[in-house]
Design a protein around this ligand. Sequence first.
Ligand SMILES: NC(=O)C1=CN([C@@H]2O[C@H](COP(=O)(O)OP(=O)(O)OC[C@H]3O[C@@H](n4cnc5c(N)ncnc54)[C@H](O)[C@@H]3O)[C@@H](O)[C@H]2O)C=CC1
Ligand SMILES: O=C(O)[C@@H]1CCC=N1
Length: 284
Amino acid sequence: MLAEVTQVTATNPKIVFIGGAGNMAGAVIGGLLAAGYPADRIVATGRDPLKLEAFAKRHNTVVHSDNIDAIDGADVIVLSVKPQVMRDLCMDLSPHLKGRKPLIITLAAGIPLAAYQRWLGEHLPIVRAMPNTPALVQSGVTGLFADEAVTAEHRAITARIVNAVGISLWVDKEEGIDQVIAVAGSAPAYFFQFMEAMIDASAASGFARADAERLVLQTALGAAKLAMTSDVNVAQLKRNVMSPGGTTERAVQRFEQGGLPQLVADAMRDCAERAAEMARELDQ
Ligand SMILES: NC(=O)C1=CN([C@@H]2O[C@H](COP(=O)(O)OP(=O)(O)OC[C@H]3O[C@@H](n4cnc5c(N)ncnc54)[C@H](O)[C@@H]3O)[C@@H](O)[C@H]2O)C=CC1
Ligand SMILES: O=C(O)[C@@H]1CCC=N1
């Protein structure tokens, strides 16, 4: 059963998510619905009929296994397939977009706008959006870059979509999206890796794994909350924990001796460089 339409159609553009039952699009759809977007103005497509059926049941949205049928009458098309299959998808959609100007929002990493324009064969308004998985819990960050055909109205609907799952930031150069990937899109994995290392070390030191997880995750959550609500910066918050000659100082010194700040900077640079490298590989 479809959820009740709460607003008039014109204020709720029809949004079609290609690859809608996947991780990223699924998170955005969940956020939109939680924010009150009418479920019958959202369509999700996918390749796996069982996954689609489960998705439709969970979210009460319209699902479609045929992308071409799904985009009929779409005001916004969100492309949320893996970068490696994006070209084929765009080529399939292309003949069905002739003479139409839906807003295209792509979530894919590492594909430049110029490639979409070529593959879609029309100069369409396109936004590159780079979200991250905390969108699943409405705490995401999305970087946005618009091509010149994107209007203020397009920007507003884009912001409405992505802000349903967190905060967003427009960048004014396309390369800025690669930096957003390094600092936000891929970055949940860095924090998970740090937490994983702490959990492993705590478990190795004798804690039950479940206890180690509880301690580490609560500490991570508390630190993030404190940093977000405090009126001092994270460097000061770090110093506030470090008593001179105390335990924290010893641990922090070890991180610094091990080159943690440089290692983080190097990893972020590698991440952004990989995005640029993918663009060269995929922009064919
Ligand atoms: N997972 C992440 O942390 C982030 C992912 N992204 C981007 O989001 C995009 C999607 O990634 P995920 O959601 O992680 O992948 P996913 O694999 O969970 O979702 C992709 C979905 O697309 C479907 N699909 C594949 N080909 C299709 C086609 N021709 N028509 C319709 N559906 C099709 C798949 O069945 C799958 O359900 C990628 O381009 C990725 O670069 C962006 C930011 C963060
Ligand atoms: O690792 C990736 O390529 C994707 C893009 C950002 C997060 N995950």
